[in-house]
Each structure stands twice: as C-alpha cells, then as structure tokens.
Design a protein around this ligand. Structure first.
Ligand code: ARG
Length: 266
C-alpha cells in the first residue's frame, strides 16, 4: 500500500517537474520598484534578433527587439513585466486562454490569426527569405530549382513560413518547433532550405560559416510583425498602439532594432 502511494507520488512529481521545466520558462523584469502588478507577455525565444535567450550578469534571461517593446508597453501600463517563453505554436492558445496578456514573437498579423486575436499596428517590417548552404546557392537559384522531390524544405511549426513551404508542392517538407534546430539540420545536411524572416537569416549568416540567402523571392514583400492581444481587449490595444507610434516617431524603434542586431552578432 505504502509502496504504491510512494510510487504514485514520485510519478506525479516527475510529471510536475517535466511539465514545469520542459514546456515553458518564466522570466521577470522589474520596470519600476514602485509597481506592484505584472503584465504577462507570451513569446517564443528562438528567433534572434526578435527574441532569444542569453546570460546577463550571470543570469539567464531573454533579450531582443520584442522584449524591449514589451518593456515599453509594461511601463505605459504602470506594471512590471513577466515573460512566458514557449513554442511558437502555443502562443495564440495561451492568449485566448488568458495565460498571457499580450504576445510579441515576430508574429505576422495574418487574416486567419486576426479571427482569433486582435493585432496592433505593424511595428517592424521584414521580408521572407530562404536560407541555404552557401555551396548550394548557385544551384538553388529559383523556385523551380527548390520545388523538386529530392529537396527538403523546412520551416517553423505554426508559422507563416510553414504555409510558404507548402507552396513547394513537389518538395519534401519538414516542420519543427524551434528555429535554431532547423538551422542545425540545415548545417548537418538533414534539410536543404529553411524559410525565415530576413533579419533572422542575416544573424545566422553572420554567426555561422557556410550559410547564405538563396536568390528567390517568396512571401509578402510588405510583411511585418505586430503585437497580439485577446479579442476585444481594446484598452490594452490602444495603449500598445500609442507606445508603438511613439517608439517609431521618436526614432527609438530604429535604435532598438540596431542595438539588438548588434547584440545578436557578438
Ligand atoms: N513571422 C512569422 C510568423 O508569424 C514567424 C515568427 C516566428 N517567431 C518566433 N518567435 N519564432 O509566423
């Protein structure tokens, strides 16, 4: 009897530890010592320079363009910031369930997503590119060159890049959760092409040898990222739009972007 209960509690503990540590990480940022409340951001920190994990003063934390914008939003709300880090494909569910108050994750405000959540104005524009090995850049020089049954095109699970990958109807497709793992597979030769936003590709090209952008145009040339809030959360959305407009008009947004691109290439 005792044994059974003991085993059950060990099992339960294991499950708690696994779900606690495996799927999400929580980080806090004190914006002002006088603030008593927290606003919670959902993000997927696998996408430098938008957001990625790093160590600052010996402590694990998240940095990036989106984290800086989230801090400005928290400040405007008079709250400290809590960040929940998860797989990109979980973010909209967490927002709909009220686990987070807003989402910044280099997220493209698509019509399909806008049926589930409300989006702010676009805060940062970026185009889509195809990252390949430099040795292949001359061969993979057109859509048709990649749209072959021998080619493995990959993208992040639940991203707009997954939809773009689907347009390579003849190619093999691989969708996985974390972008750094996609790039590892590209380097290892397990996939041939990875679709991502250009600033992210630029970072990998700078930090790794042997990677290049294929000379292929893909996706929306006017694409960009926006902040998501729960449907109908108009007060928060208005405040977020005011923060974004202010960051853009003051030139602070450009500063943040340049600073984070630089930080990512060290
Ligand atoms: N912009 C793309 C999308 O909305 C990809 C975003 C990926 N973001 C991330 N943090 N991994 O689907």
């Amino acid at each position: 009897m005792f044994k059974k209960g003991f085993i059950m509690s060990i099992l339960l503990l294991t499950i708690l530890v696994l779900t606690g540590c495996g799927s999400s990480n929580v980080y806090t940022y004190i914006i002002d010592d006088s603030y008593t409340e927290y606003i919670t951001l959902g993000t997927s920190a696998d996408y430098p320079p938008y957001e990625w994990p790093t160590r600052v003063d010996g402590k694990d934390t998240l940095v990036g363009i989106d984290i800086e914008i989230a801090k400005a939003i928290a400040k405007a709300e008079g709250k400290n910031l809590k960040v929940i880090n998860k797989g990109f494909d979980f973010l909209l569910e967490d927002l709909k369930n009220g686990k987070v108050d807003f989402v910044l994750a280099g997220m493209t405000p698509t019509a399909e997503r806008a049926e589930q959540v409300d989006f702010s104005m676009v805060y940062y524009e970026a185009i889509q590119v195809v990252l390949v090995k430099t040795v292949n850049v001359e061969t993979y020089n057109s859509f048709d060159a990649l749209n072959q049954s021998t080619i493995r095109v990959s993208a992040q699970l639940g991203s707009i890049q997954q939809e773009l990958a689907e347009t390579f109807t003849n190619a093999q497709k691989q969708y996985i959760q974390a972008v750094p793992d996609l790039v590892m597979r590209l380097i290892d030769g397990q996939v041939d092409a990875v679709i991502m936003e250009k600033p992210v590709a630029d970072g990998y090209i700078k930090n790794q040898t042997g990677l290049s952008i294929a000379p292929i145009t893909i996706g929306d040339p006017d694409g960009g990222s926006a902040v998501a809030v729960k449907k109908g959360d108009q007060a928060l959305l208005d405040s977020i739009n005011a923060v974004i407009a202010d960051l853009i008009d003051s030139g602070k947004m450009d500063e943040i972007v340049n600073e984070m691109i630089l930080l990512n290439s060290n």
